[in-house]
Design a protein around this ligand. Structure first.
Ligand code: SF4
Ligand code: SF4
Length: 160
């Protein structure tokens, strides 16, 4: 199996077409997600889905392009500024249901999305990459998140 199916539950309209075409029953799972252990990567469900809710994910990701230290440092600087912006915006939020608060919440969300993109660019958000692995090793020494970090270290293979 060189890929496996992933269902985006937000797009799924539950018309069950993927259940009819799946040869292994992998799409029929109590959690609503596809059962990876049964998926043989045939892609029939993704082709049948009228909502484009199913994506085929390669099991081995393409090699990550290296980034220079200068580039990573710049990405971190921009991310730091975005974090500061979020902190300022949170300070302006009140409990009231006003248009201003809606706008502030939207700005906080948009800053978070930008930070995710920046971290991905800096190679920290692809689970298989060596940098994420180093981060998990570091986190595994922190007693508060040790169990989760160790579990992820066991499950995620490092892929250059
Ligand atoms: S890719 Fe094939 S085996 Fe996997 S869930 Fe879809 S239809 Fe089933
Ligand atoms: S075919 Fe697509 S929309 Fe229909 S149940 Fe499957 S994932 Fe959901």
């Amino acid at each position: 199996m060189s890929s496996h199916a992933y269902r985006n539950l937000k797009l799924c309209t539950k018309d069950c077409l993927c259940l009819f075409v799946c040869p292994t029953g992998a799409t029929d799972n109590e959690t609503g997600q596809i059962d990876f252990s049964k998926c043989i990567g045939c892609g029939a469900c993704a082709k049948a889905c009228p909502s484009h809710a199913i994506t085929m994910i390669p099991n081995i990701m393409p090699k990550i392009q290296p980034k220079s230290k200068e580039m990573v440092d710049e990405l971190f600087k921009i991310a730091d500024n975005k974090i500061k912006e979020i902190q300022i915006l949170k300070g302006l939020l009140t409990e009231e249901k006003t248009e201003e608060n809606k706008l502030i919440k939207a700005l906080i969300h948009s800053n978070k999305v930008v930070i995710e993109d920046l971290m991905r660019e800096a190679q920290f958000m692809i689970p298989e990459c060596p940098k994420s692995h180093e981060l998990l090793v570091l986190l595994s020494k922190n007693t508060e998140v040790q169990d989760i970090a160790n579990e992820l270290l066991e499950k995620i293979e490092v892929n250059e």
